[in-house]
Design a protein around this ligand. Sequence first.
Ligand code: PLP
Length: 451
Amino acid sequence: MMKQYEGFTWEQLIERKKALELKYEGYKEKNFNLDMSRGKPCVEQLNLSNELFKEALSMNFISEDGVDCRNYGGVDGLLEMKKIFAQILDVSVEEIILGDSSSLSMMYGTIEKAFNHGLLNSVPWNKLEKVKFLCPSPGYDRHFAICELFGIEMITVPLNDDGPDMDMVEKLVSEDESIKGIWCTPIYSNPTGITYSDEVVKRFANMKTRAKDFKIFWDVAYIVHHLYSSEEKVLNILSECKKAGNPDRVFIFASTAKISFPGAGVAAMACSVENARHLKKLISVQTIGPNKINHLLHARFFKDVNGVKEHMKKHAEILRPKFEMVIDIFEKNLGSLNIAQWTKPKGGYFISLDVPKGCAKEVVAKAQEAGVKLTAAGATFPYGKDPDDKNIRIAPTFPPIDELKLAMEILCTCIELVVINKILNNRRNCVTISAHSPIFVTPALMSEEVK
Ligand code: PLP
């Protein structure tokens, strides 16, 4: 195959388009049907934690510290499980609040409390004319959905390889009092897989904010989700905030959703003791306490942070080949064409794929037509609108590897087809100006809009 489309003549492009269309029609005839729109663990991963339920068969529901987990009590959860999260997050047990299964629900709950009742030393945000959040993007669509629901105005901040554009973050938060928070997935971020540098974390802890009640929503969903032994680490934001004299600035969120079971794991948040005290008062009106039986089963199954780490190695064994295969297929099919860029994450749940500007929606639609359902194009940006229409989130964890392989081959064909059609349309428009001159594809498709 020729290198890049740059230099293809009109005839060569038409020929290539015909070949791709034939391939695409062949895929459609397979009646393939795969939903990879969300980052879900696969069956083999879920099976890793089945033994957790064995702990229930002992019929002993009394915790280490004598709590009968079957009964009411303990608004912030079971000590045994708090200890494990304290180790994972490198905070003290007093700084942990456990919830039920979903960390997203704890994030939502914190925003809801900020609006309706007020966070520590803060006027309820529903009393304010405007509340804005910074949204490093591409980011996690459900963070953005919470903002939309509460009418929080979202400001997109570019996400670089070492974290959000901190010059922009610092400038915005120092000038605008209505900017009350920021969403961060600082380790193996969703979807780009990047981890924030120490410098970025320190700048977050130290920056001057116009809003006194500015909060960082620090979602470390993938803190132990390494694919390789060269584990990435993110600096402890809570201790950095304390050092900087801003101990109440951050709420940290995590869960075992992708360690044990999504929807049936244990969620946790960490914050300053003062913040925790304030939140627990509010939470205690909402609930008498979370599911301590589940906390107990998890604590007994994992035992401590080392138990969690060993368990995550088994996840990595299952996931690494999937990630590597996706990257390999991209490399082979798109590598020389200069029509796409993708991340090569060392952990987490996603690969972020950029196609030429103005092509993502069409690629996703075309893939869906051939049976591959991807995350909606635009979902990784506030309001579901990718200003460049170029980012596609790939979630390689759930499908069996042979299905994933076919899905990615279909996707590559869709990308080529969409791009080639755009180029042909582009050239067709040029033809009226210069019918016989050779028309070249722009040399840097990735940086140009393919109109
Ligand atoms: N945070 C991030 C960054 C995620 O990617 C996800 C799930 O995909 C969640 C939170 C959801 O976590 P939970 O199941 O604990 O609500």
